[in-house]
Design a protein around this ligand. Structure first.
Ligand SMILES: CC(C)(COP(=O)(O)OP(=O)(O)OC[C@H]1O[C@@H](n2cnc3c(N)ncnc32)[C@H](O)[C@@H]1OP(=O)(O)O)[C@@H](O)C(=O)NCCC(=O)NCCS
Length: 140
């Protein structure tokens, strides 16, 4: 498959949302994953998130952002038709490089505990659970 990876723009939103909806395990959040939420993310983090195109069809996406100290990757998804060809690995490499250019020390991501595929994938790609930290969260 001859795919192209490029910066995500807001016009990609509908196709990205469709990909998330078609992918079991993607937790679509009403506020932050709405069109307005993604518009805010893209505006605050220009050039960091990417999509993968197979011709006119969107087959992958990765949201990347940072808060000035730490980078974050979210919703890294590849459509089944494009899996197993290094697409996710390439997307991540691009996002990580762009985050690195922003002088950040670390990039973090969350994996749903029972997502075995994702755990294997991330660990093969050189990511590891942080055994010394417990993540605490509070809903806003
Ligand atoms: C996880 C996911 C993004 C991987 O996408 P992909 O494009 O198929 O991954 P790649 O082809 O870049 O694979 C990279 C490495 O991970 C491995 N890998 C990918 N999927 C795997 C699987 N299901 N089981 C075991 N290894 C896997 C590949 O073998 C490859 O390793 P290698 O370089 O040693 O050969 C894709 O399966 C997906 O979208 N899953 C559903 C959404 C999801 O769970 N996203 C992660 C959220 S945290």
């Amino acid at each position: 498959m001859n795919v192209q990876i490029r910066e995500m723009v807001l016009d990609d939103y509908d196709a990205v949302l469709a990909l998330w909806r078609d992918t079991p395990g993607v937790d679509i959040r009403p506020v932050t994953d709405s069109r307005e939420g993604i518009a805010r993310l893209l505006a605050r983090n220009p050039g960091l998130s990417v999509v993968v195109m197979n011709g006119d069809t969107l087959v992958g996406c990765a949201l990347a952002s940072h808060d000035g100290r730490r980078g974050f990757l979210q919703h890294v998804v590849v459509a089944p038709v494009a899996r197993g060809q290094g697409v996710a690995r390439t997307m991540i490499d691009i996002c990580v490089e762009r985050l690195r250019e922003n002088h950040l020390g670390w990039v973090h991501l969350d994996v749903v505990a029972d997502n075995e595929t994702a755990s294997v994938f991330w660990q093969k790609a050189g990511w590891h659970p942080v055994e010394t930290l417990t993540r605490l969260s509070r809903k806003l």
